[in-house]
Design a protein around this ligand. Structure first.
Ligand code: ATP
Ligand code: MG
Length: 571
């Protein structure tokens, strides 16, 4: 590709609308143009990067035995009513009526349509397993579209759906996708982790998310560098610490704490550390109040609580609700004699002689011990993991890092096939619901995530497999026939060798060409300038670390081929 012929308009200034680096760089490098909130035109350079991801995804999906199809974006509401999601899916589902007043929606995901296909086309165990996928535009009316391609309203997703005869077979299909996803992100040369995730609104028994590690990621994940354990905060298991046997259990005492409601103030007043106090939080779970006891210095993980209770909706109670439910003003609640259901975080069992509210205004209790001063019925892992907790698998240190969710795999079970009556006949002639899985990759988001992870102050540093062009040749002597001819020769030779080459043949100043090459993120740059007319040498430079080499023109192809091979094998 020639710079003089491609529609790339780079910008020096950072557009004010962009907050994160990938969005800034993509706008400056002319990847896309905003049409309206969260909706973009992908310009040639941006689309080329998206296509790279698509190619890797497509190759690995095919390799895993999945078949490509393409489903419509406009979907009849009736299908969504059958699955029950028309009313459940929030305002992200764009609903509208066509000219015949038929209710319709734009596909944010395609479980309904694919289940409809399956019930019409799959009838026997002999047709199974099947895995069908597409790479297609999705529409989600996100409340806050932002960060460019990271969270658009219109975006490109690869979505796959597997159908199996049984749970065990569905797990085999799931495992295949798990392996394919690992290969996909490895082939993209991205630093990523696969984490156990909460299956959220779609439901299902288990799910994993694929996270690209980057500081701007919206999700926090717990990772262990020695055993590769990685989990979403909402799922990360907190290892139970041993009971503190050093301290002898003492008898409980009641102390006056007039007006001391806030945790820090109680601790200061009683001269204790927050880890020696147990706080009692009150939540409203599906309309019912429930109390949770956990150490003063810990954070409750609401998703763990929600899952433990099997509740559809939980929220923290306000002061009035706390009082109405318990008869105690908030700040003085405790486990002893509390009138509502009490859940206890596992760590409390290991705590000796702690302080808690006395369930009486202006009083606290000290030297409280679980199992002695109150009976514990519901113990669970309810708190958030911290960096001071050990890895639940190997005991080494845990690190909390930010991640960008680029892929998500779910084991769906039979929820859709049952509600939509997608049945098959087993070998004994019985009708059973198809067992399903679904698997998504945010293709356009992968490009943004790759840039979040790979950039510097000068611009993008494309991982080789995702770069629209692997090498850019800078012709620094447009008016010099000898230099131009040499640049053109290298360009031809690279293309003949199967390397995606780009040539900056514009009549711009060298400074501008260097700046644009850095901004656009070509992994390698070949500069043909004055030096060539002196001793026929050109400069090859690696974008990632600035490593440069002066070599004769006839060695360029060989050297680049070697570099490119190395880059693709890395990680
Ligand atoms: P998020 O929590 O980020 O909203 P999600 O859980 O809603 O994502 P899924 O329904 O699992 O996402 O969709 C599959 C994949 O599609 C996600 O892993 C993500 O990479 C991508 N994706 C989801 N929403 C968007 C969006 N608004 N813009 C770009 N990519 C998206
Ligand atoms: Mg979402």
């Amino acid at each position: 590709m020639r710079y003089s012929q491609i529609l790339i308009r780079t910008k020096k200034e950072t557009p004010a609308e962009a907050e994160v680096i990938s969005h800034k760089l993509m706008l400056r490098a002319g990847f896309m143009k905003k049409l309206t909130s969260g909706i973009y035109t992908y310009l040639p350079y941006g689309l080329a990067a998206i296509r790279r991801v698509e190619t890797i995804v497509r190759e690995e999906m095919n390799r895993a035995g999945a078949q490509e199809l393409s489903m419509p974006m406009v979907q009849p509401a009736d299908l969504w009513k059958e699955s029950g999601r028309f009313s459940k899916y929030g305002p992200e589902l764009l609903r509208f009526q066509d000219r015949h007043n038929r209710e319709s929606c734009l596909g944010p995901t395609h479980e309904e349509v694919i289940t409809d296909i399956a019930r019409m086309e799959i009838h026997s165990y002999r047709d199974l397993p099947v895995n069908l996928y597409q790479i297609q535009t999705k529409f989600r009316d996100e409340i806050r579209p932002r960060f460019g391609l990271m969270r658009g309203r219109e975006f490109i997703m690869k979505d796959a759906y597997s159908f199996d005869v049984s749970d065990e077979m569905a797990e085999v299909s799931y495992q295949k996708m798990y392996d394919a996803y690992n290969r996909i992100f490895e082939r993209c040369n991205l630093d990523f982790r696969c984490v156990e995730a909460d299956s959220g609104a779609i439901g299902g028994s288990f799910s994993h998310e694929f996270m690209v590690l980057a500081q701007t990621g919206e999700d926090t994940i717990a990772v262990c560098d020695s055993c590769n354990y990685a989990a979403n905060l909402e799922k990360a298991i907190v290892a139970v610490s041993a009971v503190d046997h050093q301290e002898e259990k003492r008898g409980m005492v009641k102390v006056e704490t007039p007006g001391k409601r806030k945790l820090e103030i109680v601790c200061e007043f009683l001269r204790i550390k927050p880890e020696k106090l147990a706080k009692t939080l009150v939540y409203i779970a599906d309309g019912q109040p429930v109390a949770v006891l956990l150490r003063g210095d810990r954070e409750l993980e609401e998703v763990k609580l929600k899952n433990y209770l099997g509740a559809a909706d939980i929220r923290m109670a306000d002061d009035q609700e706390v009082y109405d439910a318990t008869g105690v003003p908030s700040g003085y609640l405790g486990p002893i004699g509390i009138s509502i259901r009490l859940l206890v975080d596992r760590e409390i069992i290991a705590l000796t002689n702690f302080t808690a509210g006395a369930n009486e205004k202006n009083y606290h209790l000290q030297n409280v011990n679980a199992g002695i001063d109150f009976q514990v019925e519901n113990v669970a892992d309810l708190r958030q993991i911290t960096e001071s907790d050990p890895c639940p698998t190997c005991g080494a240190d845990i690190r909390l890092v930010q991640g960008i969710e680029v892929g998500h795999i779910f084991k769906l079970g039979t929820s859709y096939s049952e509600s939509m009556q997608a049945m098959f006949q087993d070998s004994e002639g019985n009708e059973n619901p198809l067992v399903m899985g679904c698997y998504g990759i945010g293709v356009s988001r992968v490009v943004a995530a790759a840039i979040e992870q790979n950039h510097d102050e000068h611009g993008i540093i494309f991982p080789v497999p995702l770069a629209p062009f692997q090498v850019s040749i800078l012709n620094l002597g447009n008016k010099d026939n000898q230099i131009s001819a040499a640049a053109e020769t290298i360009y031809r030779q690279l293309i003949d060798a199967g390397i995606e080459a780009f040539i900056d043949d514009r009549s711009e100043r060298p400074g501008i060409k260097f700046k644009d090459a850095d901004l656009l993120g070509f992994p390698f740059r070949v500069t043909v300038g004055k030096r060539y007319t002196e001793d026929t040498m050109v400069e090859v430079r690696r974008r990632r670390d600035g490593h440069t080499k002066e070599i004769p023109i006839d060695q360029v192809v060989e050297l680049l081929q070697r570099y490119l091979d190395e880059e693709c094998k890395e990680r």
